[in-house]
Ligand binder design. Sequence first.
Ligand SMILES: [Zn+2]
Length: 352
Amino acid sequence: MSEHNDRPRDGLLERLERGPVICAEGYLFELERRGYLQAGGFVPEVVLDHPDKVTELHREFVHAGSDVVEAFTYYAHREKLRLIGKEQLLEQINRQALGIAKEVAAESGTLLAGNVCNTNVYIGKESNAAVRRMFAEQVGWAAEAGVDFVIAETIAWLGEALIATEVVKEAGLPAVVTLAAHQDPAMRDGVSPAEACRRLEAAGADVVGLNCARGPWTMLPLLEEIRAAVSVPVAALPVPYRTTEEHPSFQSLEDDDPHRGDLPQGRPFPTALDPFTCSRYEIADFTRRAHELGVNYLGVCCGAAPHHIRAMAEALGRTPPASRSSADMSKHYALGTDASLKSENQEYAEKL
Ligand SMILES: [Zn+2]
């Protein structure tokens, strides 16, 4: 699997020194679309109910160019399981998700990442102890599974992100900490994303940056500020949706199309975002621009599908296995240019 069979394979930080690392995310949304996960609570019970579907999606993202298999423990935390009345499944769901990801990472030679996220119980210092306990139990299971590093993600409070960083570092693992910047990009405790990342770096985070919430074009300006504020590698994993200055987050997008149908709660988020989806070419463009800014840990969050990850890999000059089926329109019967094609069809192309 490794290029260097005579020595241990490189970890995340060694790979980041050599060049960019791609981490596919977006498991919640993709498995929701496929009919195996319920929007709203967004609890990944699918890892117990249909483990083969999670394995398959990990493999699809690796096929498309992901360097990392992230265990699907997003929202598999105590508060979410309490909310759905299944707290007794907490350890089982975490260990199962880690086992599924470990299998795919091992067979493909990719990195295995553990994961924690916003607890939804953090409201300031008074919640520190409860939040720390939640992170500690999940990070403990990840460490026991032998993860290469832990991702703490979609956190909108600096205070909460600092606790996650401390817990991961106490476990002796590299910490990738990505914050969620909502409509007002400031953290909920008031500091800018750049200042928050600077303080996470000081607390020992190995990679800092942003994921989720914002699409490529409303995340990019914040990334530039973060890149200037820290010296560790910077991460960028936007959602693949066309967010705008007026609606900078995917939760705030509005759909005025007369045929949009009856949207639950009147907004496209989270189940009617399809018309705002970025094409693979937009993701490629974002990848190039983010990489030019010095962002080296790249991925796509909620809404990502394998074609987005392939576009990201190809924009970085790679040819993952999925590139074998990247588009070649020269062979299209009417729009193509191959010498063997019938001119009658090529002349009809404008009428298609
Ligand atoms: Zn997301």
